[in-house]
Write a protein that binds this ligand. Structure first.
Ligand code: NI
Length: 216
């Protein structure tokens, strides 16, 4: 199996599909997750080829954008089959992609393989820190939610349905997801990187509330 060639072809397919996507899941998100996942893969001794393929495909059928009846697993399988991947690779990569998405605070999303863990951690790291803040506001604008409303309190979602259907504000999204992510990472390498990104978000929120109250 010529990994390099397969990765290149999958990259081209994904690029075509995701360039210019406006809600923070565009090609550059995928490219950042790929780089970060490969960085984590080196320290965690994960297989680089599987990691890279799964990172490239991790948002391919994201529930926020999905149309049609094909399941996530089917979309990934079809793509990899069309590009001539071996069954073993298809199996490993589609299992990871299916398990990657965040489905709400009370919903566990266990990841068994180390490649799955680094891809999920990389995806979560890209949701926090300076880039996380930027993406959150971009997504908020995309779905038309307000920046902040002090009368609306953050919610804890017990199920994926609740999380998906929730109307929230962008600031509440920090409490419903972003600030929880550092404790939901699965590798030590990711936990180390998350520390700084997490502090940066807390600092941002302090500034935001101070400005909101006209204090600074
Ligand atoms: Ni993603």
């Amino acid at each position: 199996m010529d990994y390099k060639n397969l990765i290149q072809r999958i990259e081209n397919r994904i690029k075509q599909q995701s360039v210019g996507e406006g809600s923070g899941h565009d090609w550059w998100h995928i490219d950042r997750v790929r780089k970060l996942a490969l960085t984590l893969a080196r320290t965690e001794r994960a297989d680089a080829g599987i990691t890279e393929l799964a990172a490239l495909l991790h948002d391919v059928a994201d529930w926020k954008f999905q149309n049609g009846d094909q399941t996530e697993t089917e979309i990934v399988r079809t793509l990899l089959q069309e590009e001539g991947a071996d069954e073993d690779i298809i199996e490993r990569v589609s299992t990871i992609v299916t398990g990657v998405s965040f489905k709400g605070v009370g919903v566990a999303t266990p990841m068994e393989s180390i490649e799955g863990k680094v891809v999920q951690d990389a995806d979560r790291l890209d949701a926090i820190g300076a880039i996380g803040i930027a993406r959150t506001f971009a997504y908020g604008g995309h779905v038309g939610q307000s920046l902040h409303d002090p009368t609306q309190k953050p919610q804890e979602h017990a199920s994926f349905e609740e999380y998906k259907n929730n109307k929230t504000t962008t600031i509440n999204h920090f409490y419903e997801k972003l600030l929880l992510l550092k404790d939901r990472l699965q590798t030590d390498s990711a936990r180390r990187l998350a520390e700084h990104r997490h502090q940066y978000m807390e600092q941002f929120l302090d500034e935001f509330y101070n400005e909101w109250e006209g204090k600074v």
